[in-house]
Design a protein around this ligand. Sequence first.
Ligand SMILES: C=C(O[C@@H]1C=C(C(=O)O)C=C[C@H]1O)C(=O)O
Length: 248
Amino acid sequence: MEKTKISVVSYTNTLPFVHGLQHSPIIEQITLSFDVPSRCASKLIDGQADLGIVPVAALLDIANPQIVSDYCLGADGAVNSVFIFSEKPAREIKTLRLDRQSKTSNGLAQILLRHYWKQEVTIVEGNADAYVEIGDRTFGKQQLHPYAYDLAFHWREFTGLPFAFAVWVANKPLSPAFVKGFNEALAYGLDQREKLIEKLPSKSDFDYREYLMENIDYHYNEGKKAAVSMFLRLMETLEPHPINHYAG
Ligand SMILES: C=C(O[C@@H]1C=C(C(=O)O)C=C[C@H]1O)C(=O)O
C-alpha cells in the first residue's frame, strides 16, 4: 500500500511530534519530509504531501482542508519563537520585512500592526524598520534588538484568546484507523517531552524546557479554534503581497 506523505515543520517545536511518529507503529505507513512552514503549505496545496502540520493561514488556499488532529503548534500567551524585531516602538513602525519561511506569522504581524497598534505599514524587502522572524532562528535573539514583540503574547492582549500557528491538515480523506494511529503517535511523543528535553543542548540564552513544556501549547482546543476563525477573518482585511506567496 502506498505510504502517506507527511510534511513536518523542521523546527524544534515539532520534536515531540516527530519522536512520536518515528517510534510508533504508524511509521510503517508514512514517509516524513522536513520543511519550513511556507513549504509545508505549498506541498499540501499542490499535492506533493497528503498530510502536514500546516500554517493556519494556508487553510484559505487548500481545496477541502481536513483538520485531522486535536494537536497543533499553538500558544496561550508568549510563544517565544515568533517575533517582530524592531528598531522602533510598534506605533512608529513604517516599513516591515516578512519571513519567507512563514505564512501565519506574516499575516499575524500585519493584523496586529493594523488593528491593534493602529499602524499602517509598507511591506518591503531589504532594509526595514522592523522584521518578522519565526522558529529556531529567533532563539535568544530578544536582547539583540531594541524592541522584540512576541506575537502570541500581543494576540492575547488584543483578543483575550490563545493562538494556533499550525494545525494537522490532510488534503484527502484518510481512514479512521490511520487517523487514530496517527493521533496516538502524536500523544505518545508529547508524553516523552521530558526525555527529549534532557538530550537537547543547554543554552544560556534559551530555555528548551520552558519552550516545549510551557510556551508551545500543543492542544487545539475551543479557544484556539475561535482564534483561528477570527484570524482567518482578519486575514481577509489585508492587502495581498508577493512575499505572501508560497515558497518553492
Ligand atoms: C511557534 C511557531 O509557529 C510556527 C509559525 C508558522 C508560520 O508563521 O507560518 C507556522 C508553523 C509554526 O512552526 C514557530 O515556528 O516558532
